[in-house]
Design a protein. Structure first.
Length: 196
């Protein structure tokens, strides 16, 4: 199946330029993954599914001016978002060296100019507050909120890509948050819009 067919099925509308870049990214990742084991997505189709998963929330979130992606791994969702949102400044926080090498290489190969890779854990990022903080399968919600408190403010929103434990995690958070949980297939997207 072509990547454009995946997008059509999910009703995601992208420019042909973005789709071409995403296909090139998938090829690069597939190539690197055979040597460096960067992601569990071993086939092009599995990589395409991860790309669609990364972009699905664009249908319901408010568009930010700056994004921090915590623990980007092989590029999901941060690098994928950087490709389709070229006017938004995106920082990827990824401590593992082989993943950092891939992310930097991909940024040069794909001419992604709005993205910076920080080879460190999120708690060591020194920056102004971000408008959106994203994370996919890194740690639980409570810890993510704690780890990012120095780079967030009252206007910061959060988009966490979660499994079914999201409800259990949320019950462990003391303060009241305004949020939505959107489900698509096995994925739960937790979108925190602020504190109540």
């Amino acid at each position: 199946m072509k990547l454009s067919e995946y997008f059509a099925y999910e009703e995601i509308s992208l420019s042909s330029e973005s789709i071409t870049k995403l296909e090139r990214f998938a090829s690069l990742l597939h190539e690197w993954n055979q040597v460096h084991n960067l992601t569990g997505a071993k086939s092009i189709d599995a990589i395409y599914a991860n790309i669609v998963d990364s972009l699905f929330p664009l249908s319901f979130i408010d568009m930010p001016k700056s994004i921090l992606d915590v623990g980007t791994g092989a590029g999901f969702p941060g690098l994928v978002l950087a490709i389709v949102l070229p006017d938004i400044e995106i920082i990827l926080a990824e401590p593992l060296k082989k993943r950092v090498s891939f992310l930097k290489y991909a940024a040069i190969e794909l001419e992604i100019l709005n993205m910076k890779v920080e080879a460190k854990r999120v708690e060591y990022i020194d920056a102004d507050p971000f408008e959106l903080i994203t994370s996919r399968a890194v740690t639980d919600t409570k810890l993510l909120l704690a780890l990012t408190k120095n780079i967030s403010n009252s206007g910061t929103r959060y988009l966490f890509y979660k499994g079914s434990r999201v409800f259990e995690e949320f019950s462990e958070i003391e303060h009241k948050l305004e949020y939505d949980i959107v489900q698509n297939k096995q994925r739960y997207y937790l979108y925190i819009k602020g504190q109540v």
